[in-house]
Design a protein around this ligand. Structure first.
Ligand SMILES: [Zn+2]
Length: 203
């Protein structure tokens, strides 16, 4: 019966989304302010224990909403960007096989991306929930995220998906090449059909 309940709970997302966002908020605002905020928003249980399993993605969406209400959108983006980078570090360290980390930095960057991006796509559900990850390599390197959890229910003049931008950048820099840069160039929050991230190589 438990399995049925899990399925009916809707799309799931990995626990790093919550764990690293709270870690990033603590770095930037201190333990006390974050504890008060968690209590105020009905998340006192996160002071006892962090989740260690997949969660309903709506919990990450609600956390982002509450973070924006607390800090305003641009300060919340600073927290979410740091959270994305912490998530990338966790994934690169714990989830990317050692031989891939040895091999890819030795290959031409375009070729390494050709190997690595399909692997990210296969695991996309763990970080994107019901958002849909995609990529192109020709004519430009580009990542796409349709129905980004981070862009739901928000309208903005600038892209808002700081968590995903930083997670993609952090992962590509750690695993493929530290000169790779990722910039969100279109965002659902700006009315685009899907979020798009341009990947480029800095000098
Ligand atoms: Zn976006």
């Amino acid at each position: 019966m438990q399995e049925v309940a899990q399925i009916s709970a809707g799309p799931q997302i990995g626990p790093n989304s919550i764990i690293q966002t709270i870690a990033a908020a603590r770095e930037q605002y201190g333990d006390e302010a974050v504890a008060a905020w968690l209590r105020r928003t009905g998340r006192a249980h996160l002071l006892e224990a962090m989740p260690d399993h997949m969660l309903p993605e709506s919990e990450f969406g609600a956390l982002i909403d509450d973070l924006r209400q607390w800090l305003g959108i641009s300060a919340a983006m600073q927290v979410l960007a740091r959270s994305g980078d912490l998530t990338a570090n966790y994934v690169a360290t714990n989830r990317v096989p050692g031989f891939i980390r040895l091999l890819l930095p030795r290959l031409p960057v375009g070729f390494a991306l050709r190997i690595f991006l399909p692997a990210i796509a296969r695991h996309a559900w763990t970080f994107a929930g019901s958002g849909r990850f995609g990529y192109t390599l020709q004519p430009v390197w580009r990542l796409t995220l349709a129905d980004s959890v981070e862009a739901r229910g928000v309208q903005a003049r600038e892209p808002v998906c700081a968590y995903y931008r930083a997670a993609f950048a952090g992962l590509l820099q750690r695993v493929v090449c530290d000169r790779l840069r990722v910039e969100e160039v279109k965002c659902r929050a700006m009315g685009a059909a899907q979020c798009e991230f341009r990947v480029s190589l800095s000098k």
